[in-house]
Structure formats: C-alpha cells, structure tokens
Design a protein around this ligand. Structure first.
Ligand code: 23J
Ligand code: MN
Length: 263
C-alpha cells in the first residue's frame, strides 16, 4: 500500500473510532506532583501555578485566559538530550532543534505493574526486557519503550506519588544495563509513569541516574509521568510525544497521545 493510501485509511479509522486515541497525559495544575531534589541542590523546579487574567469580567468582558508558572520538567513531560550533561553538545538536543520525525513512533509497553505493586523500588533489568521480548516480540529501532507501573493511580497525592522516606524517594525504574540494552536496540526514548525517567533510588547507581545519563549521552529522549499505560497493548500502538518548541528548551510538558487498535 502507498503512504497516501495508508494515511487515507488511517484518517478513516480515526474518524470511525476503529483506531482509538488514548490520552497518556496527567492533568497539569497546582496539584500536579513535582520533583523535589535533595537539599544539596539549592534550586528546585516550582509547583505549577495557574493565574486568571480574565473570565468574562471587568478585566476581559468577552474572554477567559490564564497565565502560568511552569517549569519545563513538570507533570507529563519530555526530557531533551541537553537536559543532562552527557547530552550537552548535540545541536539537535533541544526542544526547538530536535527532529520531530523521531517523536511519532511505535511504542513497546513493558508491564511491571504486578512487580511494582509489591516492591516500589522494583528495577527493570536487561534480562527483564529480553524476557518481555521473548513473549511479545523484539523492540525495533526508532521505537519508544515505556515501563508500565500504574504509578498514575498515585498522581492525585504528591506524597504517594513521590513515595519518599528518610532514605529518599522509592519509585521503580530501569537499571543501567536495562538502558544500555535498549540503546543497543536503537530506541528513540524511554518513558516512565513516575516523577522522572529514573528510579527513586537511582542516585546510588553506577552511573547515577542511568536513564538520564545514558539516554541523553546517545541523543535519545525521556518521558516522565505518563498516564493510562494500562490502556495500551504491549505492542501495536503508536505514541506521539511532542514537546513545546521552547527556545533552547531542555524539556517540556507534553500531551502524550497513543493511537491504539480497537478490538
Ligand atoms: C533535574 C535533576 C535531576 C533529575 C531530574 C531533573 C528529573 O528527573 C527530570 O525531570 O528530568 S532526576
Ligand atoms: Mn524531566
């Protein structure tokens, strides 16, 4: 089939609902969980603020609009390569310079929800990915890989979402060898349902924060705080994860959308 025919069919399937658009995004607002870095980093990204300019009132009789306080790395968001020191030198490593062709790609959904329910510090390893591939098929070049943990069910409560105690945050993520293996498969990026792409305890890994360190070193992307991955099949969906075109941006909130076959 030609690409023209495929897009025509796709358009029809979208219109009829034969292909469903699943929203993999959490609500962005003052209650959105926000990362809290340890005390040794002086600055943190702010909580989201939404301020009314007008809503059909004396400040704007016919119109409603707001202004916001919004960090790049807030809510369901995108990590660009320039976010991490290992990715600092890619000319196309910013939100305004990256190649948008890479953003729309098949998504592999690795379900770790059973494991993470029992152990919030659960780590997905390269062996774990290989076992998933043996069951569901190989991960291909240019594809997204996301870790399903159903962590979005905690997003209504920041303390529950961050899950921190005196030893720091406890949330699932990948091991260094997991990310190394995925990079060997030439993925476009890795996504998590937690506050960031790395596990809560990833600061103690070698290298520290392996998802950030290794992905961005290879000019690959990260996705954080993804929602509704329980509505996606292991394989067969297409994920669209597009950051705002922020000038020299290191990341951006996204509206993550998945095209999912119905039935
Ligand atoms: C800054 C510093 C450390 C981390 C992060 C941001 C994130 O998780 C993020 O949102 O990219 S770990
Ligand atoms: Mn981020």
């Amino acid at each position: 089939m030609s690409s023209t025919d495929i897009l025509k069919t796709l358009g029809g399937m979208l219109a009829s609902g034969g292909i469903e658009v699943v929203d993999c995004t959490g609500v962005l607002g003052p209650d959105t969980p926000i990362l809290k870095l340890p005390e040794d980093f002086a600055k943190n990204t702010p909580k989201v603020e939404i301020h009314k300019i007008s809503e059909y009132d004396e400040d704007g009789p016919f119109f409603a609009w707001n202004w916001m306080v919004l960090g790049e790395h807030s809510g369901t968001h995108f990590d660009a390569p320039h976010h991490w020191i290992t990715g600092r030198d890619y000319p196309d490593g910013y939100t305004d310079t990256l190649n948008v062709q890479r953003l729309v790609a098949p998504v592999n959904v690795i379900d770790c929800s059973k494991e993470t329910e029992e152990n919030p510090d659960f780590l997905l390893t390269a062996d774990g990915v290989r076992a998933w591939e043996a069951e569901h098929g190989e991960i291909g070049a240019g594809e997204w890989v996301v870790m399903r943990t159903d962590w979005d069910k905690r997003a209504h409560d920041e303390d529950l979402f961050l899950n921190a105690d005196e030893d720091g945050p406890h949330s699932p993520g990948p091991t260094p060898d997991c990310i190394e293996y995925l990079l060997s498969k030439k993925i476009v990026g890795w996504g998590s349902q937690c506050i960031g792409t790395d596990a809560g305890q990833a600061g103690g890994m070698e290298p520290p924060y392996p998802a950030h360190n290794l992905l961005h070193k290879e000019n690959c992307f990260g996705l954080a705080s993804l929602a509704n991955l329980d509505r996606l099949p292991p394989k067969g969906a297409i994920l669209i994860a597009a950051p705002l075109k922020i000038q020299r941006g290191t990341g951006s909130p996204i509206r993550a959308l998945a095209l999912v076959p119905k039935g």
